[in-house]
Design a binder for this molecule. Sequence first.
Ligand code: NI
Length: 198
Amino acid sequence: MSPAKSTRSAPPTWTLAIAIAAIALVGLGIWIAATPARNPGALIGGPFSLQTGDGKTLTDADMKGRPFLVYFGYTHCPDVCPTTLAQISVVLRRLPDKPIRALFVTVDPERDTPAVMADYVGSFDSRVVGLSGSPAEIAAVEKAYRVYARKGPPQANGDYSMDHSSVVYLMDANGAFVEALNLERPPEEVAKELTGYL
Ligand code: NI
């Protein structure tokens, strides 16, 4: 075997090894990009445009620069929504100097006008902001936050309830999802955790 032959036979082996490595890397990249579980936050949140009680529009751009909470519900809710907003308020009162806001977005824009929402959140911490919007605006923000909400069957008096998911979203200063805030623990523990983000 001449030296020339052996040097010619080596490169194809290396070329193949490099090609396999390159294919593996590309494959890994595609897998990472196609696996939402690796970055679930990328799927929650996004642009929104909603109405406050004083006739102003609040958008995701207005929330930039500070972490914030988002919660979806409705003012006719008999239990879960008022309980959750009360829990949020207890936590916020432990953070008196922190400029963190908690957005309470209605899933029932038919009854919860911006004025109704503003009146309702008056019972809670002043940093809880009541938000409503057109059915299209509400549908868009529900979709962005992966919220489930459905109108229940009407009762004899015409009243109805809304079946809805109940998650308190912690969003970072860029509007990216951080976590679903666990309020089923002592408020001082929740406040301490939030402080770490503020
Ligand atoms: Ni509710």
